[in-house]
Design a binder for this molecule. Structure first.
Ligand SMILES: [Cu+2]
Length: 75
């Protein structure tokens, strides 16, 4: 599964690394792409191993805010 999350609060490479590190710890993560300018985190992963809410929690725990998921209204 691939999802693009709109994430608020990321401002530099440190933020990119923090998000990649915390999401990367989860099971079944295949790819993480962070676009600082667009404020998006694209995650490709095996949803049988990790539900989307765990990815959102990992981003939140790193100190950032998930404000929207693709094809959905902002939370
Ligand atoms: Cu930063």
């Amino acid at each position: 599964m691939k999802k693009v999350l709109k994430v608020d609060g990321m401002s530099c490479m440190h933020c990119v690394m923090s998000v990649k590190k915390s999401v990367g710890k989860l099971d079944g993560i295949k790819n993480i792409d962070v676009d600082l300018k667009a404020k998006t985190v694209s995650v490709e992963w095996d949803e049988a191993l990790t539900p989307l809410k765990n990815i959102e929690s990992a981003i939140t725990n790193a100190g950032y805010q998930v404000i929207a998921k693709n094809n959905e209204e902002p939370i």
